[in-house]
Design a protein around this ligand. Structure first.
Ligand SMILES: [Zn+2]
Length: 146
């Protein structure tokens, strides 16, 4: 349906994952607004560089952030495609837990080529971490702001 939508942010080992500072600011603001519920967004851009986010607007009060409404996921990917971006990752918040993938996160993650982001509000400051599913587990990946 969207042949080129899936990006490969980790394809080039020498290119560090990047995320726009303004996107991070919005994610923190919107994630905080959603508290005490979880918040989730798709992350998009080009290559290894994330420059846009698409929050789930119709997400029900979720037990788990990955329960995207199927139609909304398709609609969001379609918008992303029209806007010329590729899908590079998924972010969700941990309102009260550290930014470490839970066992649910592990069993619900079906896009190993994408980046997996957790934004935690459990500490004094929001903490953002990026992971890659590699060799059967999540591995922490460095990223820089752009
Ligand atoms: Zn989680």
């Amino acid at each position: 349906m969207f042949p080129d939508i899936l990006g490969e942010p980790f394809a080039n080992k020498h290119t560090k994952l990047q995320i726009a500072g303004k996107v991070v600011k919005r994610l923190i603001a919107e994630g905080r607004e959603a508290l005490p519920d979880e918040y989730t967004a798709l992350l998009a851009g080009c290559g290894s560089r994330i420059i846009r986010h698409y929050p789930a607007v119709r997400a029900p009060r979720m037990r788990h952030a990955f329960q995207w409404d199927g139609r909304e996921l398709i609609a969001t990917l379609s918008r992303m495609h029209k806007e010329g971006h590729r899908w590079l990752g998924v972010l969700h918040t941990h309102p009260a837990a550290p930014p470490v993938p839970s066992s649910l996160d592990q069993t619900h993650w079906h896009y190993p080529q994408l980046s997996f982001w957790i934004l935690s509000f459990s500490g004094e400051q929001p903490e953002l971490r990026a992971y890659q599913w590699h060799s059967g587990r999540f591995q922490l990946r460095p990223f820089e702001l752009c």
